[in-house]
Design a binder for this molecule. Structure first.
Ligand code: ADP
Ligand code: ZN
Length: 205
């Protein structure tokens, strides 16, 4: 996770660079696993390298701020909310070198072809998203994005019940909607043993 592009070695990085610089990175994991933090870290480093960066997030995720992506630990990066993949593609500028996308699980399936075409144009696309829903089911379009990415980083949270590595987002309020936007008011990180695929009482403090 400390490697900037999650490249395994310098040779791999050189090969990708030969490919006109275009590729896809996916950061996937449960809620509170540090996806947004990791995305913000990579975007900040690209900006330090004076690359032109654009960041998008789905309009649905107005948790903290409409114009920013934010991590649960308070880090922020400016971003543009969009309501669909096609709206995002209309906003991409020709000279943009790095594109960040947060909460990719809320995008439509068109995002798969769109990010492929952005990478083919020579852009570095960094995508963060939840890979499983509150039932522990793969959350489309993340499985497809993981398949087409050159580089994948899986992030983990800490189970609030027992302290083990957490891979699941436990819903703690009754709702059967797949999309129920919230943070620690509605979800907590749980490990495989402590997770149940339905709403459960929050862990007492
Ligand atoms: P994600 O985008 O994956 O939801 P964020 O990057 O927004 O995650 O937040 C990660 C931060 O959340 C951590 O650095 C930590 O400060 C905080 N945090 C809160 N609860 C947990 C938890 N159960 N496990 C790990 N980190 C947690
Ligand atoms: Zn646990």
């Amino acid at each position: 996770m400390v490697e900037e592009f999650a490249f395994d070695n310098a040779e791999e990085r050189r090969k990708v660079r030969q490919n006109d610089g275009g590729w896809i990175e996916v950061i996937a994991g449960s809620m509170f696993s540090g996806k947004s933090e990791e995305l913000i870290r990579r975007l900040t480093r690209a900006r330090i390298a004076r690359q032109k960066v654009q960041v998008f997030k789905p309009g649905i995720d107005a948790r903290y701020s409409v114009e920013e992506i934010a991590s649960h630990s308070g880090q922020k990066h400016i971003s543009l909310p969009v309501n669909s993949t096609s709206e995002m593609m209309e906003q991409v500028m020709p000279d943009t070198e790095v594109i960040g996308i947060d909460e990719a699980q809320f995008f439509d399936m068109e995002i798969i072809a769109a990010v492929n075409s952005l990478a083919e144009m020579g852009k570095r696309v960094i995508i963060a998203g939840l890979d499983q829903d509150y039932m522990g089911k793969p959350f489309e379009p993340m499985p497809q994005l993981l398949s087409i990415a050159e580089f994948i980083t899986k992030t983990h949270a800490i189970c609030v019940r027992c302290g083990a590595t957490a891979n699941y987002s436990q819903r703690t309020v009754e709702s059967e909607a797949r999309v129920e936007v919230g943070a620690s008011d509605k979800y907590e990180a749980r490990c495989r043993k402590c997770f149940v695929p339905h709403a459960d009482a929050p862990t007492p403090l």
